[in-house]
Design a protein around this ligand. Structure first.
Ligand SMILES: [Zn+2]
Length: 336
């Protein structure tokens, strides 16, 4: 069955939230009450993309056509769209405004855009309420950070959120944010390593929290997918397995070996290397990998369809799953 080509990893901000934008700065203005606006300024030394690509749907449509993508899954750009550092009540209001904007954007052409919500996970009860609310707005899932203001995803406080996501069948996109800092951050400041090493390490930390922390053991029906091909996580799976067998610390929360839970994870295809993507598909399974580009960022993949087309030792049927079949099943896109 032919599916659309679906990009499950793109970033977007509703145009009504953008106050001012130049090539190096954009200011997000969120009208969160009659009397007070919240301004978040994002300055970029060398942004590598135009701010308009983040919020201008027409510009985005042109880029999508060039990339041979039929449908984009929209999510907020981390960390600015997560609001995890804000006071919880304010964060909840900001999330509602942004999610309403996402719903409006997706409604302009549901065949081209599907939107994920952002939720104030520093207040898990409020995040559950927002998850409930946005399902009524037509949002198809939720994007969360690899950590919530420094707390890992297996923190017991977040379990009600994951329980609700499983009960509602809501897909969860896990994206690195505020990446781990080594040596007080100094060693990651050079050479863009905060992104080149920090973000993929964050992705692996989140996966490890879900696996070793028992989240997937308790909730095997969670529909989770990780950004950046899961970062270093797929390549470390053998080490995790060895660790569980020989070290008591690794067994603290799980009864069975990590490999039993690794198979429950999904990944985007953003690996930037044919051999790495081939390994990801071979080790996770073609039914667990979905095209993802990180549009519009410079660390993204500008020609994802060719990249997936270059995969060797993969059947045409499996290639179609990666290009869009898996995403269609995950987000319930068939029949749209
Ligand atoms: Zn991204």
């Amino acid at each position: 069955m032919a599916h659309k080509t679906v990009d499950v990893h793109t970033h977007f901000l509703p145009p009504e939230c953008i106050e001012d934008a130049t090539n190096s700065t954009y200011v997000v203005r969120i009208r969160e009450s009659q009397t007070r606006d919240v301004l978040l300024r994002r300055e970029m030394d060398a942004p590598g993309y135009e701010p308009a690509q983040l919020y201008d749907l027409e510009r985005r449509r042109q880029d999508i056509a060039r990339m041979r993508v039929d449908l984009q899954v929209l999510s907020v750009p981390p960390p600015i769209g997560f609001f995890y550092d804000q006071e919880p009540e304010l964060a909840a209001r900001l999330c509602r405004v942004v999610n309403d904007g996402f719903a409006r954007a997706a409604a302009t052409d549901p065949a081209q855009f599907v939107a994920l919500a952002t939720v104030p996970l520093q207040d898990p009860a409020e995040a559950v309420r927002e998850l409930d609310r946005v399902s009524g707005l037509g949002l198809r899932g939720v994007e969360i950070g690899t950590n919530i203001a420094g707390r890992d995803l297996d923190d017991a406080e977040f379990r009600p959120f994951f329980q609700t996501a499983q009960a509602l069948g809501v897909p969860i996109f896990i994206h690195s944010t505020n990446a781990v800092a080594l040596g007080n951050g100094k060693r990651m400041r050079r050479y863009h390593l905060s992104n080149l090493i920090g973000n993929p390490t964050e992705d692996a930390l989140a996966a490890a929290s879900l696996v070793f922390g028992g989240v997937l053991e308790e909730l095997p029906g969670l529909k989770v997918y990780l950004a950046h091909g899961g970062g270093s996580c797929p390549f470390l799976r053998g080490r995790w397995e060895r660790g569980w067998h020989v070290r008591p610390e690794a067994k603290t929360c799980i009864q069975r070996p990590p490999s039993d839970y690794f198979g429950l994870l999904r990944f985007d295809s953003l690996t930037h290397a044919e051999a790495a993507l081939g390994y990801l598909v071979a080790s996770a399974g073609a039914d667990r990998v979905m095209l993802g580009t990180d549009y519009p960022y410079d660390m993204g993949e500008p020609d994802p369809v060719s990249r997936i087309g270059m995969l060797r030792d993969v059947s045409d049927a499996d290639r179609r799953l990666v290009l869009g079949g898996n995403a269609a099943a995950l987000f319930g896109l068939d029949g749209d």
